[in-house]
Design a protein around this ligand. Structure first.
Ligand SMILES: Nc1ncnc2c1ncn2[C@@H]1O[C@H](COP(=O)(O)OP(=O)(O)OP(=O)(O)O)[C@@H](O)[C@H]1O
Length: 237
């Protein structure tokens, strides 16, 4: 990352376009997105099915690249990064949570959370210490040795959140983290993400279909037909 990273917003998007070719037609999933996200924000992206939420989240998580426009992560234009630098940025600075949890079924909660640190060559005692600490943070201190099939959906998502944050990323990206959970558990998961955002300062961005989950979220970005139709920050300004 460049020297600009200390003062720049975490994410800055200008004129972002993303299209997909479907047979003869070109589908414009994002049609000119301008967005600035400061470090430490907690933001929900919501809106109808097909409005471009996942497409935008994939760009913010550096999983996908725009066809047009400028996207800077910590002040760095991501188009200027080599594939290796982009992967390194994604692996070290961004944690991901998915709607279907994506835990490894044969590993305990502790090993699921510690795996990425182990792969990075962190010593085993340190891996264990940090994974235990994170599982305690998400309220699963009594479930360290449970495999995913012995955990409820809400508990699995908590393991996934611990796994996403154990490497101390700058950004947590969660694509519909509550889609497979009942409404009470969904609220608990969003409350947990909100507390972790407050306590650790990690920037958190998640997508949802469910407007009932927005009450605790300071910034709400509504997408419709590939454009931002509402941004609660701009309305408040
Ligand atoms: N890889 C792809 N190939 C072709 N079309 C795609 C692809 N990804 C997304 N699209 C299209 O782009 C548009 C936006 O999709 P996206 O998944 O971002 O919407 P969404 O708001 O996340 O929808 P949902 O709430 O149903 O998940 C949709 O019309 C979708 O069909």
């Amino acid at each position: 990352m460049t020297d600009a990273s200390s003062t720049a917003p975490l994410l800055s998007l200008r004129g972002i376009e993303r299209s997909f070719q479907l047979g003869q037609t070109r589908l414009r999933a994002l049609r000119g997105i301008d967005l600035t996200v400061a470090a430490g924000e907690f933001m929900a992206i919501w809106g109808p099915s097909g409005s471009g939420k996942s497409t935008l989240l994939n760009l913010l998580g550096l999983i996908d690249q725009a066809d047009q426009g400028l996207l800077c992560f910590e002040g760095q234009d991501v188009r200027q990064l080599s594939d290796d630098a982009l992967s390194d940025c994604r692996n070290r600075r961004i944690g991901f949570v998915f709607q279907s949890f994506n835990l490894i079924p044969v590993l305990s909660a502790l090993d699921n959370v510690g795996l990425s640190l182990q792969v990075q060559g962190v010593p085993a005692t340190e891996v264990r210490r940090r994974a235990t600490e994170w599982l305690e943070q998400v309220g699963l201190g009594d479930f360290l040795h449970f495999r995913p099939d012995r955990l409820s959906g809400g508990q699995r998502q908590r393991v996934a959140i611990a796994r996403a944050l154990v490497g101390a990323p700058r950004l947590l990206i969660a694509d519909e983290p509550t889609a497979n959970l009942d409404s009470q558990t969904s609220r608990e998961v969003i409350d947990l993400i909100e507390r972790l955002n407050r306590d650790t300062g990690v920037t958190c961005i998640f997508t949802t279909h469910d407007p009932r989950l927005l009450a605790r979220v300071p910034r709400q970005l509504r997408l419709q037909d590939g454009v931002i139709s509402q941004d609660s920050y701009q309305e408040a300004a």
